[in-house]
Write a protein that binds this ligand. Structure first.
Ligand code: GLN
Ligand code: ZN
Length: 787
């Protein structure tokens, strides 16, 4: 190796583990069904790791990353590595590590299931009972969910699992240069939760466990050093958050201790700018620092200046969160001056682990070739790093020259493509009046008009939109997609399903009906497929949690709506009943949040384009006689930036996009929105500013506690707090829902209350749905009698 070769090195913070064909998913699910023995599952894991390291090596990375593999979740791996499995599981000594792992990940009893949208939602069902799975929550601002470590004053740590070291040995045996990766001690504690059983321990904070945790990290590092790893990447993404002072000040001493081991540490941060933690990160006694050059390019120059030159700087220049091909010339222009500041020494990387992007483009044979040329998934990003490394070194072969040319052509084609840019969309946005985000009259006036129009009883009952997606429905859709079922017969089947749902709702005596969403596979995909500016991959799967993956749409161009998307179905449904039929749309922020989005214009602009498409749909529904329209926005909260200083800007454009989508409606048209479980309290003014006539939220699992904030804030419009949990097959009784409704009535003016389940019913069966809704309607009637 030449010295220049050493001066510039490349690596990735992590690689997708699910496999090109989701091999890990299928192996896991077979194992859980009892069809694949543990030993064979281990073999699948070993093969996947070997393959993924092979890809990294073949792509010319200087190290392979070891420790990013997990059978369920990397945080759960650390719980076992560090010997802090919660005592509540009462694991016995002879229970295998793998069975304990899956018990924590999946629980032994009833498992909380994903909501109707297919996404899981952060939740806390109070005191975790003995066998319940660990709580799951979002990994920073990604759609990946990790298992939340539980900490009590009794939590003790010990080096308790050999898996990481075994994996290092595997990689070494394959001849790889190894960089091991660990989640850092401060981020590990931060991401966990205090679980205290008694009030006497109320003063306990998990940071107090740090002193006991550090020696175990020291042992892990000792072992890694003894095995001969070249580097240990230690992830502390919380350096990109607004940290309380005690957490910030714990870094210096912690890393001083860990550095004593003498294995080179690469401290990795990602997802967010370092801001006030920048000088701290540069100062910590470690051998190197990795930073996210995509999310925080503005900090690169100061980091290059502040980080002592004897330390390695790793710049995440290739976007690990999105699927676009890197503009290599632009990247080189960014990197060159940094390299100079660093005396010619620089590491290149993806901004964060490639866990958050699909595996490879190679399988995407059905993608339009021009659009395909604009993309790079995980495997292609490895190649980009190689080209960047060669180009920065200034001496490269014909293959690299070719790669640079291909990249230039693709970047130019994307920039100029008429498929990306639609003048009509631009012009419409430029001409959009400021008041396009305002309903015609204030809420009170609209409410009066809507009351006169719909004459609903007090405590009106409704549902969130979807009814059970039965095997019949799924089979019909699959047959239609495979071309085995004609459009006409598919349509006829769906119309029958809608008619069935309408009849059931009439029998149950619900007040505001829905068509049931039989024709929808997914609340975002359904709209994306009908909008211009979207494409869909065949195998662009990204891990969401455990064995679950999502396949987000790709928004590549200006968004517009060629024709109405939901009107026919909704009008058909309305024709079958005299009750009001609620139209059902997905809002702009949710579409944005659950897609891969353009990086060539601000997210705010993309959101506004989607909002205009939804606005047209609202107008068409209204025109067709639909008087109530719900625009679902479960993802508003999850779109919040990691830094609080950026919340206001985001909430401004996000709530405006929602209002633009809703404000075509006349005063007499009632706009609903729906949001799933979330911490609403700190964004209540903005939720109120969305100005939906009715909002339905998920509240039953918090025993209506979530509603208190709305009450204290005097939330001005109508509200439907979910009275039963749709995540479980358990059927709630009437009395239970009456109790919740009384609780709600004490907090919210009763004449502002609606009665509905927590979320959509698509994951439920009809039998339990009918009983639950019958009880719900009875509960509403009882409340009416009481008021
Ligand atoms: N209308 C959707 C449904 O009922 C809403 C789902 C969601 O917000 N998660 O399925
Ligand atoms: Zn929901």
């Amino acid at each position: 190796m030449t010295t220049s070769n050493k001066a510039i090195q490349s690596h990735v913070p992590g690689f997708p583990r699910i496999g090109a064909a989701r091999e890990l998913k299928f192996a896991l699910e077979a194992n859980w069904r009892g069809e694949l023995p543990d030993a064979e599952l281990e073999t699948v894991g070993r093969e996947l790791r070997a393959r993924h390291w092979g890809l990294q090596q073949q792509a010319g990375l200087d190290f392979v990353t070891v420790g990013d593999f997990a059978f369920y979740d990397q945080v759960a791996n650390h719980i076992q590595l560090l010997g802090c499995e919660p005592a509540r599981y009462g694991f016995s000594a002879d229970q295998s590590q793998l069975s304990r792992y899956f018990a924590m990940a999946r629980g032994n009893g009833a498992k909380v299931e994903p909501a109707a949208c297919g996404h899981v939602h952060a939740h806390d069902d109070g005191q975790a009972h003995a066998s319940a799975a660990l709580e799951m929550t979002k990994w920073f601002d990604t759609n990946y969910h990790y298992l939340v470590p539980e900490f009590t004053p009794e939590t003790a740590f010990s080096l308790a699992c050999e898996r990481l070291f075994d994996e290092v040995n595997e990689a070494l045996a394959l001849g790889h240069a190894v960089k091991a990766v660990l989640l850092g001690p401060l981020s590990f504690l931060w991401l966990g939760k205090e679980k205290t059983a008694t009030a006497g321990e109320a003063g306990f904070t998990r940071l107090a466990l740090l002193d006991q945790l550090l020696p175990v990290y020291g042992q892990v590092l000792d072992r890694l050093k003894a095995l001969g790893v070249q580097w240990v990447q230690i992830d502390e993404p919380i350096l990109g958050l607004d940290l309380p002072a005690p957490w910030r000040s714990a870094f210096e001493n912690s890393y001083w201790q860990l550095n004593q081991v003498g294995v080179p540490l690469l401290l990795a941060t990602y997802f967010s700018p370092l801001e006030e933690n920048l000088s701290l990160a540069c100062r910590l006694p470690v051998a190197g620092l990795h930073v996210d050059g995509v999310r925080a390019p503005q900090e690169l120059t100061s980091i290059a200046d502040w980080l002592p030159v004897h330390k390695v700087l790793s710049v995440g220049i290739v976007d690990g969160r999105n699927i676009w091909r890197t503009d290599l010339d632009a990247a080189l222009a960014t990197l060159a001056p940094i390299m100079e500041k660093r005396g010619g020494k620089l590491w290149l990387s993806s901004s964060c682990s490639l866990l958050h992007v699909p595996f490879t483009l190679a399988a995407e044979s059905a993608l339009d070739p021009e659009i395909r040329s604009w993309l790079a998934f995980a495997t292609e990003k490895l190649d980009e790093l190689y080209v960047l490394k060669q180009a920065l070194q200034g001496e490269y072969d014909a293959a690299t020259a070719d790669a640079l040319d291909v990249s230039r052509v693709a970047i130019a084609s994307r920039r100029a493509s008429p498929r990306v840019h639609q003048d009509a969309v631009r012009e419409r946005i430029a001409a959009l009046p400021v008041e396009a985000d305002q309903r015609r009259s204030p809420f009170a006036q609209r409410q009066a008009e809507q009351r006169a129009r719909f004459k609903l009883p007090a405590f009106p009952t409704t549902t969130i939109g979807s009814f059970p997606q039965t095997d019949n429905i799924r089979a019909a859709r699959a047959g239609f997609k495979r071309g085995e079922l004609s459009a006409a017969s598919y349509n006829a089947k769906m119309r029958d399903e809608i008619a069935y749902a309408v009849r059931r709702q009439e029998d149950l005596g619900l007040d505001v009906l829905v068509h049931g969403e039989a024709e929808r596979n997914d609340m975002v995909e359904y709209f994306g497929e009908q909008l211009q500016g979207f494409v869909f991959t065949q195998l662009g799967w990204v891990q969401s949690y455990g064995s679950r993956c999502v396949k987000p749409p790709v928004i590549f161009g200006d968004v517009s709506r060629p024709k109405a998307m939901t009107v026919d179905w909704t009008v058909h449904a309305q024709s079958l009943t005299g009750k009001p039929m609620k139209g059902m749309l997905t809002g702009p922020i949710t579409v944005l949040q659950w897609s891969f989005v353009r990086d060539d214009q601000p997210r705010a602009l993309t959101a506004l384009q989607i909002a205009l498409a939804i606005r047209d749909e609202v107008a068409d529904l209204e025109q067709a006689g639909i008087g109530i329209i719900q625009i679902d926005e479960p993802a508003v909260r999850e779109g919040l930036p990691l830094r609080r200083s950026r919340w206001d800007a985001y909430l401004d454009w996000a709530t405006r996009a929602f209002r633009v989508s809703a404000s075509a409606a006349a005063d007499g048209t009632q706009i609903h929105t729906h949001m799933c479980y979330a911490e609403f309290n700190d964004i209540l003014p903005q939720i109120a500013a969305m100005d939906a006539d009715v909002i339905t939220i998920e509240t039953s699992r918090s025993d209506m506690e979530l509603l208190n904030g709305f009450g204290q804030f005097r939330y001005p419009n109508e509200i439907g707090p979910g009275v039963y949990d749709i995540h479980s097959p358990r059927v709630p009784g009437q009395a239970e829902m009456v109790r919740l409704l009384r609780k709600a009535s004490a907090v919210i003016p009763p004449d502002h209350l609606w009665v509905n389940p927590d979320c959509g019913l698509k994951t439920r069966g009809w039998a339990e749905t009918e009983t639950a809704l019958r009880n719900m309607v009875a509960a509403a009637r009882q409340l009416r009698a009481e008021h």
